[in-house]
Design a protein around this ligand. Structure first.
Ligand code: ATP
Length: 542
């Protein structure tokens, strides 16, 4: 990590980037890198809290303000090749006199052959004044790669004399990915102190530490996940696709080494209340990774550039806690108007561009699940091939799916019994969505309870149905619009095939059987994998 940071920073200096803004909190790490690339240059340092500092000894040489410091050193670049290191000065960058002096130095560095001074601004807060925008280059410390993390871990285990199997190290290193060196070491210490050894539970520790990061930043929302893929009635195509990807996500390290492309994500569009959000949650549960929600509205700031900076941070954060599912709900609202004439604000358009570029270039283990109702309002660039692995369309549940959904909600509430004639309810509920069906089940159970009966009856369900109108009837116009918008799109149906029951017919078993079969097979292979993977055999040397 330090090597790549050093090479990149050195290239910036050689290419005469006049002001390099290093957005980082760990001054020690940055000092080491700057020292590595000094190449006999003179280094002067100013620290906002301390004044002028001896770069090597780190002792305060003189208390003074930033203006006086810059005034003092501004012409030194004629005499020496030099680095000017400014720490924690972000709060002063809006002062016109500071801007002028920084401009003075930067312009000389760029245009005067006899002058050579590069400025480094180092701060964990990024504040770039408009006047300096073209002269400042933001440098993000590259995060350690998996092999670099593995090295950190090897050193850690050597220091503490702990024996850890190599494949175990690789697997843990992968879950650390996205954190910086400091954070990795902190978590390793915590994990070690919590019992004197490392084991499977420590993976949860990594996750909870990552959650802390999310909470502190306040840009993303961590969503607790209780729903599993078995809680989704129907949507077999989508579920089968997810099961396949689960095999990749649950053994990422192995898959990457094998040469498998990391899945990017999916877009799920379609009818309201038909399980799109449910699928996002179930995906995280299936992949056994955290679910974080990106709410674009939450990123909007009042200062120029603040929203873009928030988006940058939010995306970096999602990488920091990856592997994870990044869920963007109602994506059509988040980026509404982008691409249509006079639609979106400039900020929204820029945020959209930023997100798209990130998505295009991303080589991380953030799995995106974007959900939307109205595809016509989604910018076309999003829907192009290659952005998402797959675009799924969720329609109203067919007969078989409604049966399944009703059963799921009855079983969830322990009210399913073999005397219930679910098929007759299925026949009455064409055009109902999953949420409507859940409401019927809830109402029926409530009535049954109020009337003091133990066993739920078909009549309870049928009378609840009479009181609940289907969404297709209450939102007729809106539903038509959604259907119209998807008509000519190349979307994959989330449902396997349209099925209806004729009067008295038994439910079709094939889809369910096929799905159950695949689920069981999958569960077996998952168990096998778990057994070979856990417990992490970490033995403390005597
Ligand atoms: P919206 O577009 O309005 O956000 P959505 O498609 O995201 O809707 P969900 O939030 O997933 O809909 O569904 C609402 C609730 O309805 C779910 O929490 C679940 O209880 C129930 N539901 C919807 N679809 C299904 C389904 N296919 N299987 C089981 N339950 C479902």
């Amino acid at each position: 990590m330090k090597n790549s940071a050093r090479d990149l920073l050195s290239a910036y200096v050689d290419s005469l980037y006049p002001i390099i803004y290093i957005n980082h909190f760990d001054f020690k790490v940055i000092d080491e890198i700057i020292t590595d690339i000094t190449d006999n240059r003179k280094i002067v340092e100013y620290n906002n809290g301390l004044g002028i500092v001896d770069f090597k000894a780190k002792s305060t040489m003189k208390e003074c303000d930033l203006y006086n410091f810059l005034n003092l050193v501004k012409d030194d670049g004629y005499e020496h090749d030099m680095f000017i290191v400014l720490k924690d000065v972000h709060s002063q960058l809006d002062k016109p006199e500071i801007v002028s002096l920084l401009k003075y130095i930067a312009e000389r560095n760029l245009y005067n052959e006899n002058y050579n001074a590069s400025v480094f601004i180092i701060s964990s807060k990024l504040c770039i004044p408009d006047e300096l925008e073209d002269l400042i280059t933001v440098f993000d410390m590259p995060l350690p790669s998996v092999s670099e993390i593995k090295n950190i871990m090897v050193n850690f285990t050597k220091d503490l004399e702990i024996d850890v199997a190599d494949d175990v190290l690789s697997e843990i290193a992968l879950s650390f990915k996205g954190l910086n060196e400091f954070q990795v070491k902190q978590i390793l210490n915590l994990a070690y102190q919590d019992g004197g050894y490392l084991d499977f539970d420590d993976k949860r520790l990594i996750l909870s530490q990552k959650e802390q990061l999310i909470k502190k930043a306040g840009l993303l929302e961590m969503i607790p996940v209780n729903e599993s893929i078995e809680d989704i009635g129907g949507l077999e195509n989508l579920k089968e696709w997810l099961y396949k990807k689960e095999r990749v996500f649950n053994q990422l390290d192995k898959a990457i080494k094998f040469g498998v492309d990391i899945p990017k994500g999916i877009m799920i569009v379609g009818m309201p209340g038909c399980g799109k959000s449910l699928a996002a949650k179930a995906t995280a549960k299936l992949f056994e990774i955290p679910l974080v929600r990106l709410d674009v509205g939450r990123l909007l700031g009042k200062y120029i550039g603040e929203s873009e900076e928030n988006m940058r941070k939010a995306l970096k954060l999602s990488e920091a806690i990856s592997p994870c599912v990044l869920w963007i709900d109602e994506i059509e609202k988040a980026f509404s108007g982008v691409g249509s004439s006079g639609g979106a604000s400039d900020v929204t358009t820029r945020l959209f561009g930023q997100f798209l570029t990130w998505m295009q270039e991303k080589e991380n283990t953030v799995f995106i699940v974007a959900t939307a109702n109205d595809i016509s309002k989604i910018p076309a660039e999003f829907l192009r091939k290659g952005r998402f692995d797959e675009l799924f369309y969720v329609d109203f549940p067919n007969d078989e799916e409604r049966r399944k959904i009703i059963e799921i909600h009855l079983k969830k509430r322990h009210k399913w019994n073999k005397d219930l004639d679910i098929i007759s309810l299925v026949k009455l509920t064409s055009g109902y969505n999953g949420a409507d069906l859940e409401a019927i089940v809830k109402d029926a159970i409530e009535s049954c309870f109020i009337e003091g009966r133990e066993q739920l009856t078909t009549e309870d369900l049928k009378s609840a149905q009479k009181n609940i109108k289907s969404i297709s009837s209450t939102l007729e116009k809106r539903i038509k619009e959604i259907k119209e918008a998807v008509k000519d799109m190349d979307l994959k149906p989330a449902t396997q095939s349209e099925m209806t029951f004729e009067q008295g017919e038994k439910p079709v078993k094939t889809i369910r059987d096929r799905f159950e079969e695949s689920r069981k097979k999958h569960e077996e292979s998952r168990k096998k994998h778990e057994e070979s993977r856990w417990p992490w055999t970490v033995i403390l040397k005597e």
